[in-house]
Design a protein around this ligand. Structure first.
Ligand SMILES: Cc1cc2nc3c(=O)[nH]c(=O)nc-3n(C[C@H](O)[C@H](O)[C@H](O)COP(=O)(O)OP(=O)(O)OC[C@H]3O[C@@H](n4cnc5c(N)ncnc54)[C@H](O)[C@@H]3O)c2cc1C
Length: 386
């Protein structure tokens, strides 16, 4: 076994051990009560897992995306859901790569220790989801402040985060050469902004995700909230997206392994017509097929993470890993609910909960169509379609 495989084995065992404190009943209760899994997030923070990607000089662990992806995969493989805290891993990359030395020195150690939670990422708007450059939220410079006006939607965890990374227009779209110009990224002290220009409203959804709408009504933020240079925010956000895609692929892979394991166990135990249902190839083959697809997606995830950690271009691999893994976990979810028959719909088996949770990855954080469009245009050289 290589040193890396040994370390990864240790890492996997550590996360698995932590997750034993958060069994199916815990996640079922969180889901039923639509509650934020504070105890789980605290345990992940205290174990240092959420600071995996923060360099050691800032109090983090300083691992690569490969290790971060293993952490998230294991949470999902245990039946849990890392959505309550995963964003901390990839959002802080924008601050790390583009923040000023002062911003990094102030925020990163506090994020690593858990004193400050950076869990909210405000990009999507009611009229600009896929079409990010059409966002209408503006940040206008007035003296030593920016004034923020507009609305974000689907800002997950905003009620449970101290900080928010916000994408806003600083130059109107019709005044820039390229539509990707004139967008800027800000790090907002969300807790102190609530009631002083920020209102947060929860959105009820089919899964327990603590997602919200955030309204900005003349919120004044200091100029040093700006990350990097004004107008370059779109590029900064894009930089973090490959990491995000790899990490989300890992969650899907964890879900996929969870589903196939549950389906296999159930198919071995459940007897119909006097024999285990798993003896029927009509039940076996879909489980085997889903497992094969998960393993294949896993390989692509590893390759994308390896390239990312080596500092090489991984846009194609990160996108392909995300699509393959999201498709594989959804296939595994469908297969598992079919294997369980009626019991797949009963809350106490957790299959319907994971089924709802893993469906999200077809849409967010990037929809399948957008991945296909990226590969078609940027890798295959087909004409741009929008
Ligand atoms: C639970 C949840 C949590 C989320 N959390 C966050 C968050 O924390 N922060 C954040 O900023 N956003 C978040 N999002 C938003 C998510 O990233 C968007 O929903 C997603 O980007 C799609 O945008 P939209 O919903 O506006 O879809 P639309 O842009 O309206 O698109 C609708 C459908 O049409 C397809 N489509 C659009 N244009 C084309 C085209 N040219 N070719 C082919 N297909 C096309 C899309 O792929 C999609 O399937 C979250 C969403 C959900 C549901």
């Amino acid at each position: 076994m290589s040193d890396l495989a040994y370390l990864h084995g240790d890492l996997r065992r550590g996360v698995r051990q932590l997750c034993t404190d958060f069994p199916d009943e815990y996640w079922r209760r969180m889901d039923k009560e639509e509650a934020y899994p504070t105890k789980f997030v605290t345990a992940m923070t205290q174990a240092g897992y959420l600071a995996a990607l923060i360099p050691e000089e800032y109090g983090g662990v300083g691992t690569g995306v490969t290790e971060a992806s293993i952490i998230l995969e294991e949470v999902h493989r245990s039946g849990g859901n890392a959505a309550a805290c995963h964003a901390q891993m990839y959002i802080m990359g924008t601050l790390l790569r583009h923040g000023s030395p002062e911003q990094k020195a102030f925020y990163l150690p506090r994020i690593a220790s858990g004193e400050l939670r950076l869990q909210a990422f405000g990009v999507t708007e009611p009229d600009a989801g896929t079409d990010t450059t059409s966002i209408r939220t503006t940040a206008t410079r007035e003296g030593d402040t920016y004034v923020v006006r507009g609305q974000k939607i689907w800002t997950s965890r905003a009620l449970y985060s101290d900080l928010m990374l916000l994408l806003a227009r600083t130059t109107p779209k019709d005044q820039v050469k390229k539509k990707t110009e004139g967008l800027s990224v800000f790090l907002i002290d969300l807790k102190s902004a609530v009631g002083k220009g920020v209102t947060i409203e929860p959105i009820e959804t089919m899964l327990n995700h603590q997602t919200t709408q955030v309204f900005f009504d003349d919120l004044r933020i200091p100029v040093d909230s700006l990350i990097g240079e004004e107008g370059n925010g779109f590029r900064y956000i894009l930089d973090g997206m490959n990491a995000e895609r790899i990490l989300m692929a890992a969650e899907c892979i964890g879900d996929g392994y969870w589903f196939t394991e549950r389906a296999t166990n159930y198919a071995n135990e459940r007897e119909v017509f006097g024999r285990p249902i798993g003896q029927n190839q009509g039940i076996q083959f879909p489980i085997a097929q889903a497992y094969i697809h998960i393993r294949a997606a896993d390989l692509m995830r590893n390759e994308a993470a390896r390239l990312f950690d080596a500092g090489e271009d991984c846009g194609a691999e990160a996108n392909m890993a995300k699509l393959l893994a999201a498709d594989a976990s959804w296939e595994a979810a469908n297969t598992t609910i079919q294997t369980y028959g009626g019991f797949g719909f009963a809350r106490e088996y957790d299959v319907e909960r994971k089924f709802r949770e893993t469906r999200l990855y077809q849409v967010a954080p990037v929809s399948t169509n957008m991945v296909l469009s990226y590969i078609a245009q940027h890798i295959l050289g087909l004409p741009r379609s929008f």
